[in-house]
Ligand binder design. Sequence first.
Ligand code: NI
Length: 171
Amino acid sequence: MPLLEIREYPDPVLRKKALPVETIDDGFQRLIDDMIDTMYAAPGIGLAAPQVGVLRRLIVVDASAGETPLPLYVLINPEVVSREGEQVGEEGCLSLPELNSDVARAARVTVRALDRTGTPVTVEAEGLLARCFQHEIDHLDGVLFMDKISPLKRELYKRRVRKALKVGGGD
Ligand code: NI
């Protein structure tokens, strides 16, 4: 199964709003499988379709950490339908290499979506899984976690990326 190229900031595709998925055909199933493989290979705990250049509302998440195995979630057209409480925790993103920072999120969320067979599902999540769902669903609206960190840290990161692009530029 081919691994997909993960787009990195400041690729403009990361800032676009993804469109609802209307048809779950064989090509779409292949995209799901390739995204799952790409997420595990990275390695990462979540991936949204815009991160591989596809502007459709699809996320894959496996927030298993250490000894706590969790299911692999494939969520199509996911929506956060309720949120409760607050948690602050460190996030990273495959599209924002070398950036880690605390982000405030809801502590618990309920997400409604379709699974990969097109069946409606409701998932209740807390802790890391809830954080991961919110992070990935943000990607579908062109929102990156860097938008939610301190302005100073954000500016430093942008500057670092600009500098790296300049040094490596010209090809
Ligand atoms: Ni991300």
